[in-house]
Ligand binder design. Structure first.
Ligand SMILES: Cc1cc2nc3c(=O)[nH]c(=O)nc-3n(C[C@H](O)[C@H](O)[C@H](O)COP(=O)(O)OP(=O)(O)OC[C@H]3O[C@@H](n4cnc5c(N)ncnc54)[C@H](O)[C@@H]3O)c2cc1C
Length: 309
């Protein structure tokens, strides 16, 4: 029997868009789980003076207060990234970085935008010739090859585990590994070759990637370099769910209801594109949270009949 808890709304992202979505969905009496980390929000380190009603405040303070507000309305919070999302009939199954499994009737994707370039020689030149920013999209091209993945958060750690099933060997290069203890333990046992505390100097190759050079002079002889800085990003989530992206292929396409092309999946905030501003994120979070809660409620009414008051 399936023991996974089922939430009306699961929100990916704990920034202003996700928190506002949580507040609105919870106040509509939906059961809400919010994933993500406050200190990974772009707003966390910001000083804000352009938000209506506030002359000057810190992003950290706004996020901390917003999170407490969402919890006071019933939102549950798990400070972890979603690693995998799979459509399961009319529900969505979500696996977090510690291996927690939950299901959702509707999803709000509010994971922000990642500025995920390494900025080293060879990165731009070898893009598409062994350099990739998406394990789930390009991992299959490296069957049996030796590859490296660069990054210290869930995207890189989860990516390394995915690549182990495909590639010959997998090097994980991380200046600092910032993942849950459970995911770190899984990595250590996995067979991935960890280079913790290492920094990348350059990517080598002419027509194809031939190696990854670290700042201590080590050259890892690899055919592929996956750059996965930050948390699991838009490309991977979009690929798994079949979401339409905009022309730049960086942002999720939504309509005025913040609905994506996949029924039950909504998106809000920086992940939907410019302007990358909190006021827009909050507005879109309100719309997405409200519509996600309504979607889940309608699904329950269709399946179980109206709730008794
Ligand atoms: C230095 C700086 C200063 C800024 N100053 C201002 C300002 O003064 N005024 C203004 O309006 N805007 C400002 N901004 C922009 C503002 O911070 C962003 O527009 C806003 O934070 C976007 O909100 P968001 O909720 O879409 O994403 P974010 O706030 O970036 O939050 C993303 C969330 O998603 C989570 N996440 C990511 N991947 C996953 C995953 N796989 N699973 C679960 N969770 C995940 C993260 O942990 C994080 O909690 C500033 C930004 C920066 C970088």
């Amino acid at each position: 029997m399936d023991q996974k808890p089922i939430y009306d709304v699961v929100i990916l992202g704990c920034g202003p868009a996700g928190i506002q979505a949580a507040i609105h969905a919870s106040r509509k009496k939906a059961s809400v789980l919010m994933l993500g980390r406050l200190n990974k929000s772009s707003l966390f380190w910001a000083h804000v003076e352009n938000f209506m009603g506030m002359f000057k405040t810190s992003g950290e303070e706004m996020l901390t207060t917003g999170l407490a507000q969402a919890k006071s309305f019933g939102t549950e919070v798990l400070e972890e990234d979603a690693l995998h999302i799979t459509p399961a009939g009319r529900l969505f199954d979500i696996e977090t970085e510690s291996g927690n499994l939950v299901s959702a009737r509707s999803l709000v994707i509010a994971t922000g935008s990642t500025r995920n370039k390494l900025g080293v020689p060879g990165e731009k030149e070898l893009l598409g010739k062994g350099v990739s920013y998406c394990v789930d999209c390009d991992g299959g091209f490296f069957r049996g090859e030796d590859v490296a993945i660069v990054g210290g958060q869930s995207a890189a750690a989860g990516g390394a585990l995915t690549l182990l099933a495909l590639a010959g060997s997998v090097h994980l290069v991380a200046e600092a590994l910032e993942v849950s203890p459970a995911l770190k333990a899984k990595l250590v046992q996995s067979g991935a070759i960890l280079h913790e505390g290492a920094k990348v100097k350059a990517i080598h190759g002419e027509r194809q990637v031939t190696g990854l050079e670290l700042t201590d002079g080590t050259i890892l002889p690899v055919a592929g370099v996956f750059i996965e800085l930050g948390a699991k990003g838009v490309l991977e989530l979009a690929a798994a769910l079949g979401l339409n992206l905009d022309e730049s292929m960086r942002y999720i396409d939504t309509d005025k209801r913040q609905a994506t092309n996949v029924p039950g999946v909504y998106a809000a905030g920086d992940i939907c594109g410019a302007p990358l501003q909190m006021a827009k994120a909050v507005g879109e979070g309100c719309v997405a949270g409200t519509n996600a809660a309504t979607y889940a409620k309608n699904m329950k009414v269709a399946q179980e009949g109206p709730a008794e008051d």
